[in-house]
Design a protein around this ligand. Sequence first.
Ligand code: SAH
Length: 287
Amino acid sequence: MSKGYSLSAETKSVLNKYNIRLNHKLGQNFLIDANKRNQIIEYGNISPDETILEIGPGIGTLSLEIAKKAKRLICIEQDRKVADILQKRAMEESIDNIEIINEDALKVDFPEFDKIISNLPYQISSPITFKLLEYPFKSGILMYQREFADRMTANVGSKNYSRLSAMLYFKVDVEFLMNVPSECFMPKPKVDSTVVRLTPNDRFKEDGKLFRNYSRICKALFQHKNKKAENSLINSRHEIDYSDKKELKNNLKSIESERLEDLLEKRVINLSPEDILDLTKELEDIL
Ligand code: SAH
């Protein structure tokens, strides 16, 4: 019997024992591949003095192993029934360093933590990632839907390069670790998954207003990522609070800068995050 099979049998038996019906809306797809689980734990490189945060622990497939290596594990799980099972399983294994917060992870403040390790509920991938970036941490080992991870890791000019790629660039380095096919979950989801490592960087040292403007410009630009930047901005002008086309056109013309002209001529998909930041700075007076 392979290890993968035994974790699958164990998951089935836990779900039967507690008579759990999986809730699709909460993205409940439990990991049943022991090799993948072990690899995720290894990537975490957990030391005994670290506090780990886990979002959406489910019945504890990752949690029980993380807790054995860490000082403390804090889990945020929205589903009360599932959270109770995790609590019982931890007690059965005499694990006493897991703290479970039975809440929606988007609605509670995160406690202090060193690292985050999670197989995330995919329906909240984007908001939970941006929320995470507001907290200090050493590193994150996170599983996402593959398409989302592809956009996180995409390089400038490639087909998956997107607003997400440009927004993450100034906050965090994203490293591809491994793909996890849909067969590794129960029930089997429609999508494949990817594990990435996030390492916060401090590329963005300037004030909050500039980053807010960068974010608005990204939002406008990436609505039309194959167009020239100028046309994209004009077409999505509502994102930068312009309703009148002519007014924006005239304002763009009023700025005398060769760098700005160059940037506006490029297709959005070919603008690096640094280019977009320059563009934001060039436009500051008219935003
Ligand atoms: N990590 C587990 C379970 C993944 S399934 C494993 O790998 O097996 C995702 C889990 O996230 C489910 O248990 C679901 O109940 C929980 N969840 C979904 N939305 C949530 C939210 N907003 N806040 C906290 N937990 C959530």
